[in-house]
Design a protein around this ligand. Structure first.
Ligand SMILES: CC(C)(COP(=O)(O)OP(=O)(O)OC[C@H]1O[C@@H](n2cnc3c(N)ncnc32)[C@H](O)[C@@H]1OP(=O)(O)O)[C@@H](O)C(=O)NCCC(=O)NCCS
Length: 148
């Protein structure tokens, strides 16, 4: 497996993965939303803020992050490749590129939502702690914070 920054040539492969996991992400339901998300991915690629995991030329993991906000903005692993520490390796890669003096924030599902179980377990396992309850795209979410 290779973990590296995404580049423009990865975009089609990247969107194949997003298409597979989009049911996990409120706000990606329509074609228009997916087109918009593709533009978002390209802008993160341009800012060197898009990390992917590749196995056999296939993108099996994707992570977007913001250096300005020290924030993890998007994280997904192909269902067929989960529980192989791929997300953990991508997050560690991101940590190397972020300001090590600042907390890192991510928003995810609130407790009690079945779709949120893997993500919440994952973030806790790698050292994030529960933070504020907020909303995103009209859905209730919770911040998780990696404290420095
Ligand atoms: C959350 C997600 C990215 C985790 O990816 P992953 O590559 O399977 O995670 P890792 O293998 O790196 O997990 C590391 C540790 O986190 C914990 N963990 C991960 N998934 C878990 C699950 N489903 N249940 C319980 N613990 C889990 C475990 O402790 C795991 O270590 P272990 O397998 O040795 O026990 C993946 O499940 C996913 O893409 N889910 C759908 C999209 C999503 O929810 N994204 C986050 C939205 S903010």
């Amino acid at each position: 497996m290779e973990i590296r920054l995404g580049n423009i040539n990865d975009i089609d492969n990247w969107m194949v993965l997003v298409d597979k996991v989009k049911k996990n992400f409120p706000g990606l339901e329509t074609k228009e939303a997916m087109d918009e998300h593709k533009k978002t991915v390209l802008s993160f690629i341009n800012k060197e803020s898009a990390i992917c995991a590749i196995i056999d030329n296939k993108i099996v993991g994707a992570l977007l992050f913001s250096k300005e906000n020290n924030m993890l903005c998007f994280l997904a692993v192909d269902a067929e490749y989960r529980r192989q520490h791929i997300a953990e390796k991508m997050v560690n890669n991101m940590f190397e590129l972020l300001d090590s003096a600042k907390d890192v924030v991510v928003t995810t599902y609130r407790a009690g939502v079945p779709e949120g179980v893997p993500a919440r377990a994952f973030y806790k396992r790698i050292g994030f702690v529960e933070g504020k309850l907020t909303e995103e795209f009209g859905s209730p979410v919770q911040e998780f914070v990696f404290k420095r």
